[in-house]
Design a protein around this ligand. Structure first.
Ligand code: EPU
Length: 417
């Protein structure tokens, strides 16, 4: 077993370079199988969710050639076979093979996906989208079977602007006959990255980044190239760390506009920063004004930064609130922040956090990816040593996090026990 050990309180100076976005990459890798020949993905983050997807791609008889963060996927020998349950439950994004294989073959058999335990995570919006395109959906045990004689474009009004459903419906609709219009589509920037990739393959998609996406079906998609956009959640996590411990800490390779909601909140808290075209410089802020945060779909405050942000709130001068509106159970980190010394009360999905509290290192457990990131933030500011267990959650989505932090002066390491 491995654990992360952090000795807190050290200032962080130097540069942290942000990798490709996890939530883009996990859609772009499966998207490659829609093409008929070799595709190239650049700036793919080195995370274990990537490796889990590679295993699935190989299972489906496609070759992968990796050179650093550049990945070539050859889908020319793709076989539409049932992905093992073991591989499917390793991550949420295995559900993207549903849209891809349904689109390409009009038939797919697939197990229910896995992923972090942050709520019930149904996939009804995905399935309703596929049904609207003409697919018959049958559930057998943990498995879904989707079949269609043909897929025909339709107007699909999503009951919630789901990121995964928007992308998955795009995947099936690229090969549907006629026009598909997705209304109340998710507007997250990762969806624009996916649209650009599919259009590079020869798809005809407009409107990603707005709430209406229009897809004209095509008969063939060819090999193409795309660069994964920078990870705005990784960037946001390090921006928060910089506000707590930065000594001219530069976070580079970012698209500042993608972090606008976070930066606006930080300004409200009294944090100043220096923004360049693709970087931000953060310095430790000595006094944070209390704020209220409510997570929203993009461009609102991202749910994926809720947990790291709540650590900053423990250092505010007064009462902050953090309300989660996207996931029912994104609260696994709170008991551990309390164990470290934070003053937090939780009512349903709304935490009231009274600062400023001194945090003291102890043994704590990551309960999901962003909870784990939050605990790293907490450990970095706590006095003494913090030991974090169940670190696999963190490595799913934060590329080289230990090295990136050590290189700027953090006392953090992975220890085998
Ligand atoms: N929902 C449904 N039915 C569906 C789909 C979603 O009820 O068919 C509900 C969910 O239960 C949730 C809400 O809609 O309450 C939002 O779900 P969404 O589909 O937008 O999320 P997702 O696509 O499963 C992606 C990211 C998440 C991120 C959310 C929101 C991936 C693999 N995951 O999830 O990332 O929180 O969008 O932005 O792209 C993370 O990175 O830590 C993470 C959890």
């Amino acid at each position: 077993m491995e654990r992360i050990v952090i000795e807190g309180g050290f200032p962080l100076k130097g540069t942290i370079t942000i990798g490709g976005a996890k939530n883009s990459a996990v859609a772009l890798i499966p998207a490659s199988l829609l093409a008929d020949d070799v595709c190239t993905l650049k700036n793919v983050p080195n995370i274990t969710d990537r490796d889990a997807l590679f295993d699935i791609v190989k299972w489906l008889n496609c070759d992968i050639n990796q050179n650093g963060s550049t990945i070539k996927i050859d889908p020319s020998k793709l076989k539409n076979v049932l992905i093992s349950e073991e591989l499917s439950v390793k991550l949420r994004a295995s559900y993207y093979f549903m849209g891809v294989l349904l689109g390409k073959y009009k038939h797919v058999e697939i197990y229910f996906p896995g992923g972090c335990n942050i709520g019930s995570r149904p996939i009804d919006i995905h399935l309703n989208g596929f049904k609207a395109l003409g697919a018959k959906v049958t559930k057998r045990g943990h498995k879904y079977i989707l079949d269609a004689d043909e897929l025909v474009g339709n107007t699909i009004n999503l009951k919630f602007a789901s990121v995964g459903a928007t992308i998955n419906i795009m995947f099936a609709a690229v090969y549907a006959k006629g026009t598909t219009i997705i209304k109340n589509a998710a507007k997250e920037v990762e969806i624009i990255n996916v649209m650009d990739y599919l259009n590079n393959m020869g798809a005809k998609i407009k409107g990603a980044g707005t709430d209406t996406i229009i897809i004209e079906g095509v008969e063939k998609l060819h090999g193409a190239e795309i660069e994964v956009i920078p990870d705005r959640i990784e960037a946001g996590t390090y921006i928060l760390i910089g506000a707590l411990l930065g000594n001219n800490l530069k976070i580079s390779g970012i698209i500042p506009e993608h972090n606008r909601a976070l930066l606006n909140k930080l300004t409200e808290m009294g944090v100043s920063y220096q923004l360049g075209t693709d970087y931000i410089i953060m310095n430790k802020c000595d006094s944070f004004k209390p704020v209220d945060v409510r997570t929203e779909v993009y461009p609102g405050f991202p749910t994926d930064l809720n947990q790291p942000m709540s650590v900053l709130m423990t250092q505010a001068d007064g009462k902050c609130t953090m309300e989660e509106t996207i996931w029912e159970k994104r609260v696994g980190h709170y008991p551990y922040l309390i164990k470290l010394g934070a003053n937090i009360t939780l009512e349903d999905n709304k935490a009231t956090i009274i600062g400023k509290t001194k945090l003291i290192g102890t043994e704590i457990n990551a309960t999901d990816l962003r909870a784990g990131a939050a605990l790293i933030l907490a450990g970095l500011i706590a006095s003494g040593k913090t030991y974090i267990y169940d670190i696999d959650y963190i490595l799913r989505g934060y590329e080289n996090i230990i090295n990136k932090l050590s290189n700027v002066g953090a006392k953090i390491k992975i220890e085998k026990i």
